[in-house]
Design a protein around this ligand. Structure first.
Ligand code: 13P
Length: 254
């Protein structure tokens, strides 16, 4: 089965009401490849989810940036998967390195979150990635494999999961992984799925890259055989996000 190109825009903790409306109208006016060629998802902060969902064209989907690990209840400040379902939000980003590192979310906690969100019918963009220190010590593959394993131990079906490889040293730094560096890790992750989950999942799971992706570097990255799209931070707040969405066409012709 061909893996459909996937482009996610992670707006992180950015935007005012006015700015959000502006980004949405830029997206609404853009000419982008059809839904058959690319799946596009944007992820505004929680407070703007309803606004974005109500204004955004229907061929672009909406994701939350996090959700609570289990059923909602007395968890001050948290947002539950049930609430996302209630709002009609189909996707959630889980395990982003900013949450793993700053908010100390463990591999196991992220695995539990992924399993719970899936159990409620929400699709998951699950993030993995090594720090610069881990890369320099040669443990990149070990780190991303352990992060992926902690998810695999909690779920039995990967159909509704997109795995985002986001090296921490490339996030927000302008230091994008080279196409060869990204391809190497994506291929190793696919091999990990082959050896530890199944050949079928290894062939079908989409592995997307994130970390300083922009309009200028996206095409060369998109051409890598094991790279199935992007999770974009800073550039997803700008018009160049459209160019990144269009890099799906590189894949089609390659
Ligand atoms: O963290 C990211 C997406 O989730 C990547 O962020 P940047 O594209 O700003 O480097």
């Amino acid at each position: 089965m061909a893996r459909k190109f996937f482009v996610g825009g992670n707006w992180k903790c950015n935007g005012t009401n006015e700015e959000v409306k502006k980004i949405v109208s830029t997206l609404n006016e853009a000419e982008i490849p059809s839904e058959d060629a690319v799946e596009v998802v944007v992820s505004p902060p929680f407070v703007f989810l309803s606004l974005v969902k109500s204004l955004l064209r229907s061929d672009i989907q909406v994701a939350a940036q996090n959700c609570w690990v289990r059923k909602g209840g007395a968890f001050t400040g948290e947002v539950s998967a049930e609430m996302l379902v209630n709002l009609g939000i189909p996707w959630v980003i889980l395990g982003h390195s900013e949450r793993r590192l700053i908010l100390k979310e463990s591999n196991e906690f992220v695995g539990d979150k992924v399993a719970y969100a899936l159990s409620q019918g929400i699709k998951v963009i699950a993030c993995v990635g090594e720090t610069l220190e881990q890369r320099e010590s040669g443990s990149t593959i070990e780190v991303v494999a352990a992060q992926t394993k902690a998810i695999a131990e909690k779920i039995s079906n990967w159909d509704n999961v997109v795995l985002a490889y986001e090296p921490v040293w490339a996030i927000g730094t302008g230091k994008v992984a080279t196409p060869a560096q990204a391809q190497e890790v994506h291929a190793e992750l696919r091999k990990w799925f082959q050896n530890n989950v199944s050949a079928e999942v290894a062939g079908s799971v989409r592995i997307i890259y994130g970390g300083s992706v922009n309009g200028a570097n996206c095409k060369e990255l998109a051409a890598q055989p094991d790279l199935d799209g992007f999770l974009v931070g800073g550039a997803s707040l700008k018009a160049e996000f459209i160019d990144i969405i269009k890099s799906a066409t590189v894949k089609k012709s390659s």
